[in-house]
Write a protein that binds this ligand. Structure first.
Ligand code: SF4
Length: 377
């Protein structure tokens, strides 16, 4: 197999940006598959998308031959995401699923992101470092107490406090060591009422203690798993983003995703903030990547969901029976996807995802907005 040389991830090369598929192929195109590779984790975060479905033993995964066959059938596959649970927790899963996926991606020149809590022994992460393009970690910990409580919020029998505190230190030193050794570590912070008072501290830790190359900022939306945490109002989100831009370290890439701010919404504050974000060096705005060009596959059941919209759509297919490109085409034709799929090329905007629309713009018809925008462009 010939290895395709990948350009390094940078502000100008973000393979997860959904608009790049539109640039290349003229339409939304399946280019990213996320695999849920384990249900096991050493933590149980209250805000974790899968926190309440975690198990103590993984079932037998589907044969890798079926999984790689389904990947072979996707001609424009560009990125893989590996998520859990904690993908590096189970040695069996690392051996039987994670490493074969990493090798597959390497051989095809596909970018790989792993979603990890980075609290396990460093050796596990060093072992796979050469295959990872983005090590993605959530950092919503305003204080170590938040980590030891919220980070285990969904766990009935928590480890002793000292052990939980040690995991926090391990996360920080792992991130720093991996960053210093050249791994691209990207920390994501959700904007919500819990993180808002601590954003300066969190950013400082991400930049200076963990030495992350990128700090991702996403407003938190009230999907099922996050319903118990406090969502910020639109006004608070905007004020918070201005504040972040005031104190951020200008040498560190800050990526804003899933922002509820669109060129077609006639609101001066929105447009001023949008311009500020666009004009600030080392800042990027990513069209929400989830569900635009991506499907999630569970390696145990084969179930396919539209990433992060699982609450809305449920399982839409299964790789035992269907090719992933067919599943994606069918999803794009569904009434829900059709009601969301607007595109204004002048602004490189692909419209809101379902969570953003339901939360902030339930009565806005974005298809109509698109027509109006195209009239004036
Ligand atoms: S793509 Fe949709 S959300 Fe974006 S500006 Fe156009 S109509 Fe508005």
């Amino acid at each position: 197999m010939i290895h395709t040389k990948k350009q390094p991830i940078s502000l100008y090369n973000d393979p997860w940006e959904a608009h790049s598929d539109v640039d290349t192929y003229g339409q939304l195109t399946l280019s990213n598959i996320e695999f849920t590779t384990t249900n096991l984790c050493n933590m149980r975060c209250s805000h974790c998308a899968v926190g309440y479905t975690l198990q103590t033993q993984d079932p037998t995964p589907l044969p890798m031959s079926l999984i790689t066959k389904r990947l072979d059938e996707i001609p424009h596959l560009k990125t893989l995401s590996i998520t859990g649970g904690e993908p590096m927790f189970s040695k069996k899963s690392i051996r039987e699923v994670v490493k074969p996926l990493l090798r597959y991606a390497y051989d095809r020149g596909i970018y790989v992101q792993m979603n990890s809590n980075l609290t396990l022994p460093l050796d596990r992460y060093l072992d796979i470092a050469e295959y990872i393009d983005v090590m993605h970690i959530s950092h919503n910990w305003g204080t170590i107490d938040t980590f030891t409580s919220v980070g285990f919020g969904a766990m009935a029998q928590k480890p002793p406090l000292k052990a939980r505190e040690k995991l926090y230190e391990q996360m920080i030193t792992n991130a720093r060591t991996l960053s210093e050794q050249g791994m691209f570590v990207s920390a994501e912070t959700m904007l919500n009422k819990s993180t808002k008072p601590y954003l300066e501290r969190i950013h400082h830790e991400v930049v200076h203690d963990m030495k992350c190359e990128r700090h991702e900022i996403h407003p938190m939306y009230p999907s099922d798993f996050a319903s118990q945490l406090d969502v910020l109002s639109l006004a608070d989100i905007k004020e918070t983003i201005h504040h972040l831009l005031d104190f951020r370290d200008s040498a560190t890439w800050m990526l804003f995703g899933t922002l509820p701010i669109f060129p077609c919404i006639q609101n001066n504050e929105d447009q001023q903030l949008r311009q500020r974000l666009l004009n600030t060096p080392n800042v990027s705005l990513r069209n929400d990547p989830d569900g635009r060009s991506r499907l999630n596959v569970n390696v145990f059941t084969g179930n396919v969901i539209v990433t992060d919209f699982g609450d809305e759509t449920g399982t839409i297919s299964n790789i035992k029976y269907d090719k992933l490109n067919d599943v994606f085409d069918k999803w794009l034709k569904s009434p829900l996807a059709q009601s969301l799929n607007c595109h204004c090329p002048k602004y490189r905007c692909l419209g809101p995802n379902v969570l953003v629309k339901n939360m902030y713009y339930p009565n806005v018809d974005f298809n109509q907005k698109e027509i109006e925008m195209h009239r004036t462009q």
